[in-house]
Design a protein around this ligand. Structure first.
Ligand code: 5AD
Length: 360
């Protein structure tokens, strides 16, 4: 029998932290109830549509040295690349031909005038080629407010910067202790993005070493506090050539991390009804129907990876990252199938702005 308590929580207009914790701890029928409820809310706010974003992993050159991430600068085991201008043009053409309403430009983090200019050029190229018919999301890490402003003025409308872990002590365990990896700078960057006027997104990793369920509840409260428009989050997956791999003994089992990630999506949907939530690749790394499941519990965005195939293996964030062998055509086909199999339809040609943003 379903716990009445869970039904009562789901009926509330405002969830306290304790309510959020309760939802994250659901199992069995209670969990099913949570998932069903989240799916219903998703349907109410974005109908049965799922938005497509064409994801370009622009470069894996990164100045940061995050303990969990495969493309950290200390990892010398693979090639560093940057997608060429020609290849970017082809990706934009592909996205336009296939009625993508939006593109995401994700990159390793560099702070330099050259990098700023390169991203500016890509933004301009997308804007001119698409004749304004395409929204741009950047995910290029921490930058100064001036750089964020430049990119915004050039036409980028959205920015995704994961907080990774909203508990500053946990954040410190996951990153080197230096200026380049400051928790406060990360939060300040998020606030600056919001002030400039971006549709702002963040997210966390789920099932990290040292992370508790209480931290995850706080992550949801953090996202609500920032009044974010978008979220991308997924399970933590170890990578052999990172320092955090040494801490794998304390990890919760991978299947449990996966379930916890689905619960986080569902709970965020219950708490922030009209934000855009992506069904992420890390879910798919654990379960071959991971992205579909994400859509079934409240996510409403899918990002087919349209990076030229020759680079894909080198954007190696964690082990078993899926899709390395898929061409961009296969990626799209797969995304469409996933969306349809989840009982939704593809929102071809739609910008897919978060309702949350349109309302504020
Ligand atoms: N497991 C899961 N997600 C990871 N990321 C980086 N490394 C890992 C990992 N080992 C995520 C981070 C980052 C995004 C690009 O990839 O959250 O923001």
């Amino acid at each position: 029998m379903t716990n009445h308590h869970i039904k009562d929580i789901l009926k509330k207009d405002y969830l306290e932290k304790e309510d959020i914790l309760c939802l994250l701890e659901t199992e069995g029928l209670d969990k099913t109830e949570l998932f069903k409820h989240a799916a219903k809310i998703k349907r109410k706010y974005s109908g049965n549509e799922v938005y497509l974003r064409g994801l370009i992993e622009y470069s894996n050159i990164c100045k940061k040295d995050c303990y969990y991430c495969g493309i950290r600068c200390s990892n010398k085991e693979f090639n560093r690349y940057e997608v060429s201008t020609d290849e970017i043009e082809k990706a934009i053409d592909f996205a336009l031909e296939n009625q993508f309403g939006s593109m995401v430009l994700q990159s390793g983090e560099l702070q330099s005038n050259i990098f700023t200019e390169k991203i500016l050029n890509v933004i301009r190229k997308i804007k001119s080629k698409s004749d304004g018919k395409m929204r741009i999301t950047l995910s290029c890490g921490e930058q100064t407010p001036e750089v964020y402003q430049k990119w915004f003025d050039a036409g980028a409308e959205r920015y995704l910067l994961r907080i990774e872990a909203s508990n500053s002590d946990l954040y410190k365990l996951l990153h080197p202790n230096n200026e380049l990896h400051s928790y406060d700078a990360r939060v300040a960057a998020l606030k600056s993005l919001r002030e400039i006027g971006y549709q702002t997104g963040t997210g966390v990793m789920i099932g990290l070493p040292f992370q508790t369920i209480n931290d995850l509840a706080d992550d949801i409260v953090f996202m609500r506090g920032l009044d974010i428009d978008m979220c991308g989050m997924g399970p933590y997956i170890e990578h052999e050539s990172t320092p955090l791999y040494e801490r794998s003994e304390g990890l919760i089992p991978i299947e449990y991390r996966y379930q916890l990630a689905l619960k986080m999506i569902a709970v965020l949907r219950v708490v922030m009804k009209d934000v855009n939530i992506a069904s992420t690749t890390a879910l798919q790394a654990i379960d071959s129907s991971g992205k579909k499941s994400g859509l079934e519990v409240g996510a409403n965005v899918i990002m087919p990876n349209i990076t030229p195939i020759k680079y894909k293996a080198d954007y190696h964030l964690y082990k078993d990252k899926p899709g390395g062998g898929l061409s961009i055509e296969n990626e799209l086909e797969y995304a469409i199938k996933t969306i349809e199999n989840s009982g939704n339809k593809v929102a071809f040609g739609s910008y897919g702005d978060a309702v949350h943003y349109l309302k504020r």
